[in-house]
Write a protein that binds this ligand. Structure first.
Ligand code: BGC
Length: 764
C-alpha cells in the first residue's frame, strides 16, 4: 500500500502538469511554499478555495468536475471511497490551472465502516483508551477510503436531553468532555497529520450549540459570559490546544450575534485569545442563514459578515463565490481578508500532506479495495470492546443479572433485532447488514445451551406522524419498518413468548432518528406502544430485564419501579449485539457511569449535577416549602451524573488529605482506599469533586476535577491518589479572569456525584 502511495506521489511530482509553477523546492518550508502559491493565485482562484461542496446535494458530477477544473472548489465532503475521490482529485491536480489539491471530508463521528457506540455512550466509559481506540480506528478506516478530514469531535456540552444532538456529544460536564476532546483529537490526527492514516479533526460546533433554548434544535443561545467560559467553552478550547486542525462553526446565535458572523467569537476568542491556527468552516448553509437570522439583508451582506468575522470556508452555499468578487471590487472586503482565509485552507492542505502528495489517502487505483464493505476491513474486536465498556447498569435489584446461559429466555421489543437503529445516528459509511443485533448476539452467546424465543412485541412507535417524520428525516431511504399487525396481536405474541420463559429481556427505547439532528423531543418517555408492551410483560410476573437503546437520558420512573434490571446500552454500534450479550451473560462486568444526569420527568429540565448554589436550596428529607423544588414529585435526578452499578460491590474508605492547608504553589494528595467487596472482578470509576465554600461569585455545588477508572479483582483493594493544586481550583470570576481564590474548599470522592466522602482544606 505504502509503495503505491509513493509511486503515485512520484509520478505526480514528475508530471509536467504537477504544481504548475509552484516551487517544489519550497515544499519543506510551509510559510514560504504557501506564500509562493498564493502569489500566483488570481482573486477568483482564491475565492474558489473557500468553497466546500456537499457531494450529492450541491451539483451533478459533470458540473462538479468542471467547477473543480476551473479552480472554483477547495474541498468536498460526503464521498466515502477512494474511487469516488480520485476523479475529483484528478480534476484538481491535472486540470485546474494551479493544480491545488482538494481535500475530502466526512462526518466520521463514531466510526467509519465499523460503527462504534455513539459519543454519549463512549463518554459513559469514562475510559480514554476506549475513546482513543474508537477515534484512531475511525481515522484508519476513513483515511483508507480517501478521506482527509472529519467533522468531529462534537464537544457541545448538553444539559437538555430534549435536544436530539445530545447523542452526538459527550454529556454535561466540562471536565469530562474536555478530557475526551483532547483524547479524540490526538487519536484522529495521530502522530503526524500528514501521515496516510491520519485525518484532520474539525472540532464542532463552535460554540455553545448544546445550549439552544428549550433543547429545540437550531434555537437561540443566550448565556452569561461567566457560564460560557466556565462550563461551555472548555471542551472546544481543549480540542484547539490539542492541535485540532479545523473548527466548525455553530448554527446558533450567541447573545444576539450568530456564531457565523460573530467577530468576537471567531477572532477575539478563537484566534487571538486561544491562538488557533487552522481552518474555520461554516456549518451547512450557515452563511445564507444569516439572512434568516435577520442580521444580513441579502446574500451579499451575509458573505461580507461571514468573511469579515473570520469564517474561512463556506459549506454548501455559494455565497462566497457569488458575492466576494464584487465585495472586493467595492472595497467592502479587503483582499488581505480573503488572503487570511486562503492561507488557512492551504495551510490545512499542507498539514494533511496533500501538497506533498494529493493522493496520499486515495492511493493508486490498483490498490483500491475490491469490496469496500469487505469483512476484512472491519475492526469488530475493537468495536465490541468499546461497546461493552460503554454500557451502564442502572438497576439490578434482585441480582437478576448476569443471566445464566440456561433454560428459556424470551427476547422481545422493537429494538431487539434492529440492525439500523443499533448503529445510532451519524453512522458514516456503516452498513446495517454488518451490524450484530441483540437477537443475533444472544443467539451466538447461547449456542445450544439455552432456548431463545423472540417476539417483536411492539413497533417503536404507533404514532404515524412520528414514523413519517423519522422516515423523511435524513436517510437515503425510509428506515422505519412498521409491523402491520395490531398492537394487541403483537403484545399477545410477546406475552405468549414470555409465558414459556424463565426470564424476559425487553429491548426498548428510541429509533435512532429520534436522537439525531433536528430531532428534539417534548417528552423523554419511552413511546406509548413500547410502554404498553412493558406493562403487559410485567403482568406476566416473570423477571423483567430492560435493555435500553436510546441517544439521550430518558425519564424512567415506571421502568425503575417495575423492571428487575435495567441496562443502558445507548446505540452500541456494529458489534452492539455481541457486546450487550457479553454484559447480560456476565462475560463482561459492566463498568460505565452516566456522563449526564437522568431526570425524573421532562419538567425538571435543565437538571445537571454541577449547578450553581442558591439561597434557598431544597434539602433531602426536610420540608420543601419555600425552598427551590417542584412539589409534585421527588426532587433531584432519577440517576445522578457519574452513576452506574457493577456485578460486584465496591467500598470506599474515608478520604485522607496530605495537608489541610494548600499553598498557592503547592500540591495536596487526596487518597482513598477502593475495595472490591464482591465476588467478581470488576472496574469502577473513582471520581474527585471540589466545592469552593465561599468565593467572590456564586460557584457550583460541586465540580468534577479528576477521575480514575480502576480494575480490581474480587477481594482486592487499592489506594487511589489524586493530586490537587491551585490550578484545579481556578474559575472565571466576574471580570473573566481565571483565578483561584484563597479560602476553604470541600473535596469529595465518590463512585457517583451524589454519594461522596468529604474532607476540607484551605487554599492560602
Ligand atoms: C451538521 C454538522 C455536519 C454537517 C455536514 C450539518 O447539518 O450540523 O454537524 O458536520 O451537517 O454533514
Amino acid at each position: 500500500m505504502e509503495v503505491s502511495y509513493l509511486l503515485a506521489a512520484a509520478a505526480w511530482l514528475a508530471s509536467p502538469l504537477a504544481l504548475a509553477d509552484m516551487n517544489v523546492a519550497l515544499l519543506d518550508n510551509k510559510p514560504a511554499f504557501i506564500a509562493d502559491v498564493m502569489r500566483q493565485m488570481t482573486l477568483d482562484e482564491k475565492i474558489g478555495q473557500l468553497r466546500l461542496i456537499s457531494i450529492g446535494s450541491d451539483m451533478p458530477q459533470p458540473q462538479l468536475l468542471k467547477e473543480i477544473a476551473a479552480g472554483r472548489i477547495g474541498g468536498t465532503f460526503n464521498t466515502v471511497t477512494r474511487a469516488d475521490n480520485r476523479p475529483l482529485q484528478d480534476a484538481a491536480v491535472k486540470r485546474s490551472r494551479l493544480k491545488i489539491p482538494l481535500f475530502f471530508a466526512y462526518d466520521v463521528v463514531h466510526g467509519h465502516r465499523t460503527i462504534f457506540p455513539i459519543s454519549l455512550a463512549q463518554a459513559s466509559s469514562w475510559d480514554m483508551d476506549a475513546v482513543s481506540l474508537s477515534a484512531r480506528t475511525s481515522a484508519m478506516e476513513a483515511s483508507a477510503d480517501g478521506i482527509d478530514m472529519t467533522f468531529a469531535p462534537m464537544v457541545d456540552i448538553s444539559r437538555d436531553p430534549r435536544w436530539g444532538r445530545t447523542s452526538e456529544g459527550f454529556g454535561e460536564d466540562p471536565y469530562l468532555v474536555s478530557e475526551i476532546a483532547r483524547t479524540a483529537v490526538h487519536a484522529y490526527q495521530g502522530k503526524s497529520l500528514a501521515a496516510a492514516d491520519s485525518v484532520m479533526a474539525s472540532v464542532k460546533h463552535f460554540a455553545l450549540y448544546g445550549a439552544v433554548e428549550g433543547g429545540r434544535d437550531y434555537n437561540t443561545v443566550d448565556m452569561s459570559p461567566m457560564r460560557m467560559y466556565q462550563d461551555y467553552l472548555p471542551p472546544y478550547r481543549a480540542a484547539v490546544d490539542a492541535g485540532a486542525g479545523g473548527v466548525m462553526v455553530a448554527l446558533n446565535s450567541i447573545n444576539g450575534v450568530p456564531a457565523t458572523s460573530n467577530t468576537w467569537l471567531m477572532q477575539d476568542l478563537l484566534r487571538k485569545d486561544w491562538g488557533f491556527r487552522g481552518v474555520t468552516i461554516s456549518d451547512h448553509g450557515a452563511i445564507a442563514e444569516l439572512i434568516r437570522h435577520g442580521v444580513a439583508k441579502d446574500g451579499r451582506e451575509a458573505a461580507r459578515l461571514a468573511i469579515r468575522a473570520g469564517i474561512d470556508m463556506s459549506m454548501h452555499d455559494s455565497l462566497y463565490l457569488q458575492e466576494l468578487p464584487g465585495l472586493v471590487k467595492s472595497g467592502e472586503v479587503k483582499e488581505p481578508e480573503i488572503d487570511n482565509a486562503v492561507r488557512e485552507i492551504l495551510g490545512a492542505k499542507y498539514d494533511m500532506g496533500l501538497f506533498h502528495d494529493p493522493y496520499r489517502r486515495i492511493g493508486a487505483a490498483a490498490g483500491d479495495p475490491p469490496d469496500v464493505n469487505a469483512e476484512s476491513r472491519l475492526h469488530r474486536a475493537a468495536a465490541r470492546d468499546v461497546a461493552r465498556r460503554s454500557m451502564v447498569l442502572l438497576e439490578n435489584s434482585k441480582q437478576i443479572l448476569p443471566l445464566k446461559k440456561a433454560g428459556v429466555i424470551a427476547l422481545v421489543g422493537p429494538l431487539a433485532d434492529a440492525p439500523i437503529d443499533i448503529m445510532g445516528s451519524w453512522s458514516a459509511a456503516g452498513v446495517a447488514r454488518q451490524s450484530v443485533t441483540l437477537y443475533q448476539g444472544m443467539r451466538t452467546a447461547l449456542g445450544d445451551k439455552a432456548r431463545l424465543v423472540y417476539a417483536r412485541g411492539a413497533n417503536v412507535t404507533d404514532n404515524q406522524h412520528i414514523v413519517d417524520y423519522l422516515n423523511y428525516l435524513n436517510w437515503d431511504k425510509p428506515e422505519i419498518t412498521q409491523d402491520k399487525r395490531s398492537p394487541e396481536a403483537m403484545i399477545a405474541e410477546a406475552v405468549k413468548a414470555a409465558g414459556q420463559a424463565d426470564v424476559i429481556v425487553a429491548a426498548v427505547g428510541e429509533a435512532r432518528g429520534m436522537s439525531h439532528e433536528s430531532s428534539s423531543r417534548t417528552s423523554l418517555d419511552i413511546p406509548a406502544s413500547q410502554h404498553a408492551l412493558l406493562a403487559a410483560l410485567k403482568a406476566t410476573g416473570k423477571p423483567l430485564v430492560l435493555v435500553l437503546m436510546n441517544g439521550r437520558p430518558l425519564a424512567l420512573n415506571w421502568e425503575r419501579e417495575n423492571a428487575d434490571a435495567i441496562l443502558e446500552t445507548w446505540f452500541s454500534g456494529t458489534e452492539g449485539g455481541n457486546a450487550i450479550a457479553d454484559v447480560l451473560f456476565g462475560d463482561y462486568n459492566p463498568s460505565g457511569k452516566l456522563p449526564i444526569s437522568f431526570p425524573r420527568s421532562v419538567g425538571q429540565i435543565p437538571i445537571y449535577y454541577n449547578h450553581l448554589r442558591i439561597g434557598r436550596p431544597f434539602i433531602e428529607g426536610k420540608p420543601g416549602n419555600y425552598t427551590s423544588q417542584y412539589f409534585e414529585e421527588a426532587n433531584g435526578p432519577l440517576y445522578p451524573f457519574g452513576y452506574g452499578l457493577s456485578y460486584t460491590d465496591f467500598s470506599l474508605s474515608d478520604v485522607k488529605l496530605s495537608t489541610r492547608t494548600l499553598d498557592r504553589d503547592g500540591k495536596l494528595d487526596a487518597s482513598v482506599t477502593l475495595r472490591n467487596t464482591g465476588r467478581r472482578d470488576g472496574a469502577t470509576v473513582v471520581q474527585l469533586y471540589v466545592q469552593d465554600v465561599s468565593a467572590s461569585v456564586v460557584r457550583p455545588v460541586k465540580e468534577l476535577k479528576d477521575f480514575r477508572k480502576i480494575m480490581l479483582k474480587a477481594g482486592e483493594e487499592k489506594v487511589v491518589h489524586f493530586t490537587v493544586d491551585a490550578e484545579k481550583l481556578k474559575f472565571f470570576n466576574a471580570g473573566l479572569q481565571y483565578v483561584a481564590e484563597p479560602g476553604e474548599f470541600n473535596l469529595q470522592i465518590g463512585l457517583d456525584s451524589r454519594t461522596v466522602r468529604q474532607q476540607s482544606f484551605e487554599l492560602r
